[in-house]
Structure formats: structure tokens, C-alpha cells
Ligand binder design. Structure first.
Ligand code: PLP
Length: 429
């Protein structure tokens, strides 16, 4: 019999079929196990989520929405997508959910397409003050094809100034106003944003990518009752697969939003991702997730307070979300130097611009830390106090207060490894 597949095509494992990729994947698991993950966009998904991602659902193609597909054989796909939709609605107490966006950026782009024509005016927070690429950055499609006006944060305290948003809205008459960002650590006054939007007849989009888990777990106010439409990512703080969600309190925008996603900016559905989204949304509906969300917020505050105690400057002085932003300018350090040193010490984070930053994006004057992943593996206040002190040790060293930075990084890395061994992930627990 002729075979058009390699031996073991249907049954051999990755280690046998492709040892090169298998080794890299195994090494990545080791890296995640042994380091402290402080990148705010990251988390650690459940084994159940990993399992949902790797099934034969990968083979299935559908376009359209449950019950209205363009291909046959969709009954199981329909069931899974409908469960994901129903869970998203229950979790966020809303009447509309679209679970198809491949990413948060795709979700936002679909919202642009649903309400705007090229050239229309959008008011959003600038990337350099904490916004997101997909909110109209000049390098992004949204920035190239739409007229983007940016609001920022107050120079003296780093908070959003909704009076400035109102002034800009009256002056520029945007069709869409966006709140929510990637590096804004504080609660956003969704009600005030809605009042601004209503005053100029604009649509309000709340992008809760970084704090969706807190909203789901009741540890942060929800934008859903205030915004016309909200977007979220299912990874990051929501602790699930990489992907996006679009949500709205009521169903009047359903047609526009659904066609914004498909056929607007996407074709077929990534069904294994939708299955994994359903799993993550189901997990977030469990009582443990509420406790998780409250612990994330507490841990973020402990980490921020520990850093402040050690003389590290935190933008706005603290946080109401899973993330915080360090301003390194008082220490005369750059984000790139600090994040590289922290990484060598087993503390993975990202360099990040701070409001008013004069350094280019490849260098920056800041660091962003998030506690979602550490909290998932079981870190509590005690561990984040240790993490905060280790970070401060590394930064002090870079300021020239320690003779041998390499030795300091080695000492911190050993402490990090000892701590992570007490909080194992995947298979070792
Ligand atoms: C992360 C993020 C997104 C989505 O990013 P993707 O990488 O496209 O998933 C969207 N908006 C904000 C504010 C974000 O932080």
C-alpha cells in the first residue's frame, strides 16, 4: 500500500517525528518552570486548556456563526462555540459575546470596522502613555487609515485626566473613543468616559485586555455597563488561550460587531482556540477564580509597595490592576539594561516606555511588571515581597552600588530557582 504520510503519521509523538522542535518546546517548559514570569501579558494556562488546544478539532474549518455556517459537519463546532459564548456572557454579565477574534488586536480592528470608515476620527490613549498599538499607533493599520487623536496622562501624577479627554472630544468630534491600555496601572472611570462619549455622540470602546480576569473575578469594576462595546484578551490576566473577545451589555450592536469580525477582518474560526477559550471561561466561572483575581490584585499591590519601600519609583505610586510601571529615570537607568540584567537573574519582565519618556522604544526608561503568572503558580504576598526585594537588589546593583553585577545576578537567580521549585508547574506537582 502506498502511503503519502511518514511512518507513524497518525500515532507517533513529536519527540520521534520532530526532535528539533520537541527539544525547543521542552526547553521552554523548563524556562517557565525555573524563572519568575513578570511579563504582564503572560500567564500559565491549565493542563485542560493545553489539552483542548491539541485535538482533531484543528482539522475542522467553519466560517460564520453557530447555526449559520458556510460548511457542513459543524455540529460539534457549533456546540463548542455556543458554550464559549454562553460562558462569556455569564462571566461578564452581558448579553452579547463574540469569541472568534484571533487576538486582542483583531477584536479591536473588528470594532473599528463595525463603526468607522477610513479617515474617521478616533480618540484614544497614546501608546507612549500606556495605550496599545491597535488603538491607533502610527505604525498600526488603525493609525494609518484613521484620523487618530491621542489623550495622555497627567504629567504630575500619571493618572488619566478625563477633563482633557472631554476637551479633546469637543474639539475633534471623534466617532469612537477608546479607554484601556497596556501599561496603565489604574482604574479607569468608565462612567466618565461614557459621559464624554455621549456628549459628542461617539461610541465608547473599553479595552480590558490587561484586567479582564479581575473584572471576571469581581476584583475590578466592569466596563460592560458603561461602554457600548468592550474587548478583552483570553490570555494575560484571564488565564486562558491566546485570543480575543468582544462583549457588549446588550444585543443591539450584534449584527455590526459580528460582521466586523467575520467577514470583516477574519475568515474561518480557529476552532481549537475557541474550544480552549470555552475551557478558560468555564474555569473563570469557578469559585477558585474569584480568589485568584483578588490575590492578583493584592499581590500587585504588595509588589508595588515593596518596590516603593526600596526607593523604586512606580508611576502613579501604585496599582489597581495586575500590572505596574517602574520609572527608571531617577536611577539614571534604561529599560533595556535593567530588563536584561533582571532576565539573567531569572526575573523575566519587559522594558516599557514611561509617560514623557525621551528614550526610543528599543531602549525606554521603564519596566513593566505583572503578577498574573506568579499568582497562578501560587505566589502570595510573602513571595512577591521577596520578588520585589530581588528586583530592587538588581536595580541597586546596576546603579553601581554593587561591584560585580554578574555575581549579584547569579545570587538572585539561585534564590529565584529555589523559590520556583517550591511552586512547580506542569507535571512536577
Ligand atoms: C495585549 C493587548 C491587546 C491585544 O494584543 P494581541 O497581541 O493582539 O492579542 C489589545 N489591547 C490591549 C490594551 C492590550 O494590552
Amino acid at each position: 500500500m502506498t502511503s503519502f504520510c511518514h511512518p507513524g503519521y497518525f500515532d507517533a509523538g513529536l519527540a520521534d517525528v520532530d526532535p528539533e522542535i520537541h527539544a525547543a518546546l521542552a526547553a521552554e517548559e523548563d524556562r517557565q518552570r525555573d524563572g519568575v514570569e513578570l511579563i504582564a501579558s503572560e500567564n500559565i494556562v491549565s493542563r485542560a486548556t493545553l489539552e483542548a488546544l491539541g485535538t482533531a478539532m484543528v482539522n475542522k474549518t467553519v466560517e460564520g456563526y453557530p447555526g449559520r455556517r458556510y460548511y457542513g459537519g459543524a455540529e460539534h463546532a457549533d456546540m463548542i462555540e455556543q458554550i464559549a459564548i454562553d460562558r462569556a456572557k455569564a462571566l461578564f454579565a452581558c448579553d452579547y459575546a463574540n469569541v472568534q477574534p484571533h487576538s486582542g488586536s483583531q477584536a479591536n480592528l473588528a470594532v473599528f470596522l463595525a463603526f468607522l470608515k477610513p479617515g474617521d476620527t478616533v480618540l484614544s490613549m497614546s501608546l507612549s502613555e500606556g495605550g496599545h498599538l491597535s488603538h491607533g499607533s502610527t505604525a498600526n493599520l488603525t493609525g494609518k487609515w484613521f484620523n487618530i487623536i491621542h489623550y495622555g496622562v497627567r504629567e504630575d501624577d500619571g493618572f488619566i485626566d478625563t477633563d482633557q479627554v472631554q476637551v479633546l472630544a469637543e474639539k475633534h468630534q471623534p466617532k469612537l473613543i477608546i479607554c484601556g491600555g497596556s501599561a496603565y496601572p489604574r482604574c479607569i472611570d468608565f462612567q466618565a468616559f461614557r459621559a464624554v462619549a455621549d456628549s459628542v455622540d461617539a461610541i465608547l470602546l473599553a479595552d480590558m485586555a490587561h484586567f479582564a480576569g479581575l473584572v471576571a473575578g469581581g476584583a475590578h469594576s466592569s466596563p460592560i455597563p458603561h461602554a457600548h462595546v468592550s474587548t478583552a484578551t483570553t490570555y494575560k490576566n484571564l488565564r486562558g488561550v491566546r485570543g480575543g473577545l468582544i462583549l457588549a451589555g446588550e444585543t443591539s450592536l450584534e449584527r455590526k460587531l459580528n460582521s466586523g469580525v467575520f467577514p470583516g477582518v477574519q475568515g474561518s474560526v480557529i476552532l481549537n482556540a475557541v474550544a480552549a477559550k470555552a475551557v478558560c471561561l468555564g474555569e473563570a466561572l469557578r469559585p477558585e477564580f474569584k480568589a485568584y483575581a483578588h490575590n492578583v490584585l493584592n499581590n500587585a499591590r504588595v509588589l508595588a509597595a515593596t518596590l516603593v519601600d526600596r526607593g523604586v519609583d512606580i508611576v502613579t505610586g501604585g496599582t489597581d490592576t495586575p500590572l505596574m510601571l517602574v520609572d527608571l529615570r531617577p536611577k539614571n537607568l534604561t529599560g533595556v539594561v535593567a530588563s536584561d540584567s533582571l532576565e539573567r537573574a531569572g526575573l523575566t519582565c519587559n522594558k516599557n516606555g514611561v509617560p514623557g519618556d525621551m528614550q526610543p522604544p528599543g531602549i525606554t526608561s521603564g519596566l513593566r511588571f505583572g503578577v498574573s503568572a506568579g499568582t497562578t503558580r501560587g505566589f502570595g504576598a510573602q513571595e512577591f515581597e521577596i520578588v520585589g526585594n530581588l528586583i530592587a537588589d538588581v536595580l541597586c546593583g546596576l546603579e553601581g552600588k554593587t561591584a560585580d553585577q554578574g555575581q549579584l545576578e547569579g545570587r538572585v537567580a539561585a534564590e529565584v530557582k529555589a523559590m520556583t521549585q517550591r511552586f512547580p508547574i506542569y507535571g512536577t506537582g
